[in-house]
Ligand binder design. Structure first.
Ligand SMILES: CCCCCCCCCCCCC/C=C/[C@@H](O)[C@H](COP(=O)(O)O)NC(=O)CCCCCCCCCCCCCCC
Length: 218
């Protein structure tokens, strides 16, 4: 994987991004970090194509993606092949701040947890989009999904900024166009195929974090 994050790509299609999440899970349900990160990079590209109001969100996501890429490409990269091996390696070697922020602000575990929580938002948002009608408002779907998930982990000021950005989201028709998947019916079908896969990646990660008691890392 390349060392740094490139966020421009004119030939974007959301299908490819969702396919990347498909390749995340191994046969025995381990999550490949390289594909997880690639999926997130695709999402960030998509978000950048929606306009600069989202750049503060994209920036934070890119920072976190970059931290994970650095782990993958670092000297201990072999331990970062799957999320399972990463969690085991970092916990066994006391490389994670468990109760308050300290020596390991860039642990793979806490960094991935932030993206993992955002994946829940994505799941809820895409499910709303899939079942929406022509009159549905993307800003409403987006903020409902956010309020049910990620917002619980954010300070007031971030919630406020996110809420403001949501109002700048393009309408449903434009949103579907930017996805570059085809007709609205094709988008809906694609979402129907992709959502169970995203849900599964989310659930496997959630269970792993719960088993290791690391769902609240600072
Ligand atoms: C397309 C609309 C995009 C809406 C995105 C909804 C999520 C809103 C998140 C607002 C985050 C604001 C930025 C700051 C976050 C950090 O404080 C916070 C905590 O980090 P820390 O513990 O290191 O301090 N960071 C986070 O929670 C991680 C946020 C990552 C957000 C990534 C969002 C990517 C969205 C991809 C959009 C793709 C849409 C595809 C739809 C077809």
């Amino acid at each position: 994987m390349a060392d740094s994050v490139a966020v421009e790509d004119p030939k974007f299609t959301l299908q490819e991004v969702l396919d990347t999440f498909k390749s995340c899970l191994s046969e025995n349900k381990e999550v490949f970090l390289e594909h997880y990160v690639a999926g997130w990079l695709g999402l960030v590209r998509f978000m950048n194509s929606l306009g600069s109001v989202f750049s503060f969100i994209a920036k934070d996501a890119v920072n976190k993606i970059q931290i994970l890429i650095n782990h993958l490409n670092g000297e201990n990269g072999a331990h970062y092949v799957t999320v399972q091996s990463m969690v085991k390696y970092e916990l066994d070697n006391q490389l994670v701040d468990l109760t308050k922020r300290g020596s390991f602000p860039e642990s793979g575990c806490r960094t991935l947890l932030r993206l993992h929580r955002a994946l829940r938002w994505l799941e809820l948002f895409l499910e709303r989009l899939r079942t929406s009608t022509e009159e549905s408002k993307t800003s409403v779907m987006c903020s409902e999904a956010y309020n049910e998930s990620l917002s619980q982990h954010h300070a007031w000021i971030i919630r406020k900024a996110a809420g403001t950005a949501f109002w700048a989201l393009p309408g449903r028709a434009t949103f579907f166009d930017v996805m570059n998947v085809g007709t609205p019916e094709q988008v809906v079908a694609m979402l129907g195929d992709a959502l169970p896969l995203i849900s599964e990646v989310y659930q496997v990660t959630e269970d792993l974090y719960a088993q290791n008691n690391i769902l609240d890392l600072p």
